[in-house]
Ligand binder design. Sequence first.
Ligand SMILES: Nc1ncnc2c1ncn2[C@@H]1O[C@H](COP(=O)(O)OP(=O)(O)OP(=O)(O)O)[C@@H](O)[C@H]1O
Length: 684
Amino acid sequence: MQKGHIGVTTENIFPIIKKYLYSDHEIFLRELVSNAVDATQKLKTLASVGEFKGEMGEAPVRVILDEEKKTITISDRGVGMTSEEIDKYINQVAFSGANEFLEKYKKDANAIIGHFGLGFYSSFMVSEKVEIITKSFRDGAQAVKWSCDGSPEYTLEEVEKADRGTDIILYIDKDNEQYATKAEIDKLLKKYCRFLPVEVIFGKETEWKDGKEEETEKDNVVNETKPLWTRTPSELKDEDYNQFYRGLYPMADEPLFNIHLNVDYPFNLTGVLYFPKLKNNVEVQKNKIQLYCNQVYVTDSVEGIVPEFLTLLHGVIDSPDIPLNVSRSYLQSDGNVKKISSHITKKVADRLEEIFKKDRDGFEAKWDDLKIFIEYGMLTEEKFYDRAKKFTLLKNTDGKFFTFDEYANIIKDNQTDKDDQLVYLYATDVEGQFSFIEAAKNKGYDVLVLDGQLDSHFVNHLESKFEKSRFVRVDSDIAEKLIPKADAAELKLSAAQKQDLTTIFSSQVPNVDKANFIVTFEALEETDTPVMITQQEFMRRMKEMSQLGGGPMSFYGEMPDSYNLVVNGNHPLVNRIIEEEEQEVGEKVASLRHKIEGLEGKRSELEKAKEGKKDEEIPQADKDEMEDINKKLTELNSKKDAELSSFASSNKLVSQLIDLALLSNNMLKGEALTKFVKRSIDLI
Ligand SMILES: Nc1ncnc2c1ncn2[C@@H]1O[C@H](COP(=O)(O)OP(=O)(O)OP(=O)(O)O)[C@@H](O)[C@H]1O
């Protein structure tokens, strides 16, 4: 028997392995099973080139658990090793990896918490002793047994072994006994070995018999050796893709689309990505993309490898070229990884374009679900925007879909304003903004539906991309002014009438959601709505974005909503209110106004006299008079306001017009709604 000292320069690697790879203990099984798979595949390759002439036979990898002895054996019928090879690959070479590991560890402790490929030696994370019993495939090879108890000493001796291949026997230590259970091994094999290219067998299949689960004679194969992404797309049907998806994410709905990736230049990458059907909230995104390296599961945190927006997708990416055994920060700065990321972006865009061209109806049917991915992509990836602008759709309130170009063409004649800007009208709530949509349509305008989670950001983004264009929400102004075409017609109200109507209306607006209402006047047609409510586009958008994103915009989120109560000064009903006002309180108001105007005249004379003078130069008498006038003015004004508002509160027309405006804006709620109902009943 040969005894030796493993070639480690540092006293003892094992305590370090145990301590620092703590969080990743479970990867030992992945490492050993994939070594066994590699050894088997190597032999298959040798057989195919004629270097191995013996029988290949069945060569599955077996994982065998002895729960009593607390051992796990990983057994293969691959190339095996001679004692020289053990020396070279296990005693020496493996530790060049370990040395590298130590180097890294000295520099950056984080670099090792992650997946650092310790390969075979990761077995010591969970074992007090490890044995290798192996026999090379070469004719006449002598089987050997290597044994090591976690100290740098090992033994190597000749043994009898009937078959070629390698058995790795782990004597699981006390702290890690949970790994020596069937359930745990089942779990780990399912997680890491599910798609390995060589059959992996663990125990026997079971079946239900007489209400009990019983073992059958049949080997339990834990993996699918030819997973879908390794197969040729042309031989696969939609159902195959869907079935594979269900296997990966049993709880998810059917996906919308899949994208089969197959790249061999400038790097190797295969995989299948799915656009999932999202349930309302993007946050609830539990199913992640899984990353594989030659069919060995590595991780499901793919940030930095796939473009950010694609982390919303599901599926599998497999690449031997992604340096997996390094830390995340390294990955993110790696040039190869960046290339992969931009390549995936391109592929995804190409595939979407292809589907769009081939089956536009199908694409449109899925648009509502798909749109969030595409918008997110366009918002976050310039390159994706450039590709996606060809097939991104805009939907109008009639449920019709248009590409950007198609839509611009359709609206350009009727929706270009006097400054030659193209105005895109949109609604965020088709029901709630119904009356505005109707009003816009009556003017021959088209209205888009932009009611998605990201749409307020998206609208801003499009505005910055589209030339000479702006987006205007359909309720941000009266239809006549949504797209200003020529200078507005004149208003037939006098200044005094406007003043009185302002008081009349603002005194009657109920308190809705603490909103501010500012009364404004428009000269519209007699047939247009007498009173309506609009909200300024800019303010509203800022508020919406602050709710979504926070940041510098959050200031807007704090502000109360501010609306315009737009009074159509040319409407007969509005004129009727003026007539009734003049009849009922006209004299009183006129005489108050007369007094007010007189005092205001006086005040402005005094102010003129004050001009250019310092405070001490102004005679005290003037100051006193000014104070007196101001006091009187306040009194008279509030008298006038009181007259007008008492008129307004007894005038049914005023409250009805306000109610109707609130109602068509979906703003009648709570107490205001109850009052409205009562008043309507009174009318009947
Ligand atoms: N089951 C096995 N059969 C034959 N040779 C093996 C087996 N397991 C390990 N080896 C040999 O030992 C070497 C070292 O294995 P180890 O797992 O430490 O590193 P690796 O597989 O080369 O790289 P990685 O760090 O990616 O796992 C392998 O390259 C292989 O030559």
